[in-house]
Design a protein around this ligand. Sequence first.
Ligand SMILES: Cc1ncc(COP(=O)(O)O)c(C=O)c1O
Length: 372
Amino acid sequence: MTRRIPYIDLAAQHRPLRQELLAAFAQVLDEGHFVLGDRVTQFETEFARRMGVKYAIGVNSGTDALILALRALGIGPGDEVISAPNSFVASTAAIHLVGARPVLVDVREDYNIDPSRVAAAVTPRTKAILPVHLTGRPCDMDALGEIAERHGLHIVEDCAQAVLAAYRGRRVGSFGAIGCFSLHPLKTLNACGDGGVLTTDDEALYQQLLLLRNIGLRTREDCVLFSGNSRLDALQAALLMVKLPHLGEWTEARRENAARYRQGLAGLAEVRVPDDPPELYSVYHTVVIAAPARDSLRDYLTSVGIGSAIHYPVPIHLTQAGRTLGYELGSFPITERLAGEILSLPAYQGLLPEQVDDVCAAIRTFYKEVRR
Ligand SMILES: Cc1ncc(COP(=O)(O)O)c(C=O)c1O
């Protein structure tokens, strides 16, 4: 009988940190300083150090991080930005929301944007490439960097799922002009609510992003430009500082879980498990398998107490909002096929090796005995 294995267990993540988190909460409460300030600066400094960049800017979400990044680069009406339809909708929404046109191109079998299609989609209006390091696996940054260089394009990296991931030893978020991270509760480095971070090595962009996240205010009286309120709370920053020292070990735990899935599902012809090439340090925000009869497999796993998720069942161009972009069913065959095959398995830090084995055993049972 399979034990109950949830897709994610946030209570288990927080249990060992409970006292420290409560103490941090109490400190902020006593200080009474809740908006920006030292707590946020401290978190930004430490985050930047760990990501190998000069500057980090704390914001209220990964979505706003993307919007502010595009705004900081002056991208707007009349411009095109190339991205992938296989992502959380925010990556494309951000392009639309700054008034630019999202130009989508299909992905490779590893779920990430295909550089050869990016190259083919460049026009005189293209201003930037917005690659998404989906599942925590870095995109092909050599190829994308070369295209950007050749055409004079910015790269804005969507690192929402990829904190600490690295490509040829260099952290994602340090390749493009700006990196955009999410601190959503389901991310490996997670706030107790919404949050996000921008990274850059460029001092001018850093200064611009500080203004953009804070209503355009240089001082309380001096509004330099009109912008929204995208600030990170001091409380979230204090809680994140408790978690940040654990990010390395959490990431390693996820990588070990992924490796165990690779081993445990090896030889099962029906199921494709993500590979782990040496030039990539993938952080497995999700461990995504591609499998036939995915919906029946998912139902079976649910029936034996195993949680799973689908990231994402509807490609962006086929959502109600995405249909306004001018694409249709058939526009991106790889993304569309994968949307019907993918399944994210439990992979959170704290998942036990024997639980991974249980999931593998259940998947094997499904294909050998249940599926007809
Ligand atoms: C790829 C991707 N981009 C952007 C976002 C948006 O981040 P947030 O939910 O923090 O706004 C997310 C996560 O939710 C994401 O997975």
